[in-house]
Design a binder for this molecule. Structure first.
Ligand code: SAM
Length: 217
């Protein structure tokens, strides 16, 4: 069921359960995934303001998206995946900078490239935790891999955007130490921008369809 990896059709419908880690104030992935594919989403964020805004969007638009607040910055799946949960896919657009200074510099570079001069704000309306975390993207992803092992039989595919290509190599080393059954890197191109997501699973091929069916209920 991995989108875009081998031209398989993407399954549709509310029975497909997706978990969005770091869903943000505007619920980009849940809104897209729900309207394009009809999936049911659980959105998680550490930021109370983001969850509040996400809740308002759901109420105003009568959307059935489950929202959960992560209370510990070091946790990704811990504390939010409940014992009875089963997800077909988890996804994430991780905070990518290692410090607020780097986040600000990144913003200034983007503004300069757009010919807008200097800006003191973070880009795309992003605030503190949205764009940075200690150790940056690789540390966040390393924690995600480590914690994914604990939920290996509750989630079929774990996925995340990897904004820095250089992070792929250390990430595959980290995944190599986890006992995963499969891993894929899917390249994406939008205009001049290329990006990628990584996906891994602990389930063997012959276990996947029965899990996917069971997770629907
Ligand atoms: C780069 S933003 C992505 C926002 C949105 N998903 C998007 O694609 O526009 C990263 C998000 O991760 C959240 N975040 C940071 N650490 C987190 C954690 N440990 N658990 C859950 N969310 C976290 C931030 O608050 C922020 O909303």
């Amino acid at each position: 069921m991995l989108a875009g990896s081998n031209n398989q059709e993407i399954p549709r419908g509310r029975h497909i359960k997706a978990l969005d880690i770091g869903t943000g104030a505007s619920l980009v992935y849940p809104l897209t995934g729900q309207s394009e594919y009809g999936w049911h989403f659980t959105g998680v964020d550490i930021d109370a303001g983001a969850i509040k805004s996400a809740r308002q969007i759901c109420e105003l638009n009568k959307l059935e998206i489950t929202l959960r607040r992560q209370s510990k910055a070091v946790n990704i799946f811990r504390g939010v995946i409940q014992p009875n949960d089963a997800f077909h896919v988890t996804m994430c657009n991780p905070p990518f900078h290692g410090s607020i200074e780097k986040a600000k510099k990144g913003t200034q570079r983007k503004w300069a490239n757009l010919g807008k001069g200097r800006s003191t704000k973070l880009n795309f309306g992003g605030q503190n935790a949205e764009l940075w975390c200690p150790g940056g993207e690789i540390k966040f992803l390393a924690r995600m891999v480590e914690q994914s092992m604990e939920f290996a039989d509750q989630c079929l595919w774990f996925t995340s955007l990897v904004s820095k290509k250089d992070n792929l190599q250390p990430l595959s080393r980290i995944l190599g130490k986890a006992r995963i059954a499969d891993c894929k890197v899917v390249e994406m191109a939008q205009g001049q921008k290329t990006s990628r997501f990584i996906a891994w699973t602990y389930m063997k091929k012959n276990e996947r369809s029965s899990f996917a069916k069971k997770a629907r209920t």
